[in-house]
Design a protein around this ligand. Structure first.
Ligand code: SAM
Length: 249
């Protein structure tokens, strides 16, 4: 496919298929596990819930979620992993054969292949800043989330962690670089409520002989981990039952 004829989604698919072929899909678990576990503790996951893992990659976080919602008094929870890279999805499926409550689907964040009002919780780890049309992705998330559903977006690349900006020139696809406040404003513009954010430090030790290709130095990598990832949190309001005094025209 000639580069100039590609859509931005095709470009992302090709690039992340290359990542998958290089074995990056499963390696990302090492880099994202600490901040993801801290996020999962805030998600208050319960057996029976329906969860979306958007930009699921090789599916390691999807499987953690699946264990947390699997079986309870309210039924059998389900987790759906969506990713633009069909190679990542293939790897995710291959690694999840023993799970009967996960499903992996190839698809774009800007056209989430799922029905509306479905998911109680959404997790997205290190994926959101790649979406060419973040506004459209938020509209899609709003559509597929259940009323009172809660969204958790983890982002390592953002203005308030200046060390993260060192990767931008190394990436082969364009990315968005925004601040926590800008993201919070964007969520509010999309009618999400209870919008909050937090910085989630990565407490994994950095071996002194670790060779970083993403950062200028080991000290910068350590500083990046200390500042941490941005966790955006927001809820979908229950638009079926407007607050007293609120008029629907
Ligand atoms: C840095 S990886 C993170 C993967 C996984 N969440 C993890 O932590 O291991 C980013 C992932 O987002 C996916 N992605 C990028 N743009 C996407 C889009 N527009 N729609 C859906 N997935 C996308 C990529 O294919 C890739 O698997």
């Amino acid at each position: 496919m000639a580069e100039e004829k590609q859509t931005s989604d095709q470009r992302l698919q090709l690039e992340f298929n290359r990542w998958a072929q290089r074995g990056e899909g499963s390696k990302m678990e090492n880099h994202h596990l600490d901040i993801t576990e801290k996020t999962m503790r805030r998600m208050n996951l319960r057996p029976g819930e329906r969860v979306l893992d958007l930009g699921c990659g090789s599916g390691w976080a999807t499987r953690l979620l699946a264990r947390m919602v699997s079986e309870g008094p309210k039924g059998f929870g389900q987790v759906v992993g969506v990713d633009i890279s069909d190679e990542m999805i293939r790897e995710a499926r291959a690694g999840s054969k023993e799970f009967d409550n996960v499903m992996f689907v190839t698809g774009s964040a800007t056209q989430i292949p799922w029905e509306e009002n479905f998911f109680d919780k959404v997790l997205s780890v290190e994926s959101f800043y790649y979406y060419p049309d973040q506004e459209r992705a938020l509209a899609e998330l709003f559509r597929v989330m259940a009323p009172h559903g809660r969204l958790f977006i983890l982002i390592n690349l953002y203005k308030d962690n200046p060390y993260s900006l060192q990767w931008v020139p190394k990436l082969k696809v364009p990315v968005h670089v925004r601040s926590a406040a800008e993201y919070a404003e964007m969520l509010k513009q999309h009618a999400f409520e209870n919008v909050e954010y937090a910085m989630i430090p990565d407490d994994t030790p950095t071996p002194e002989n670790y060779r970083t290709t993403s950062f200028h130095s080991l000290d910068d990598l350590k500083a990046f981990k200390r500042v941490g990832a941005l966790l955006l949190m927001a809820s979908k309001p229950d638009i079926r039952n407007p607050a007293p005094g609120y008029t629907i025209y």
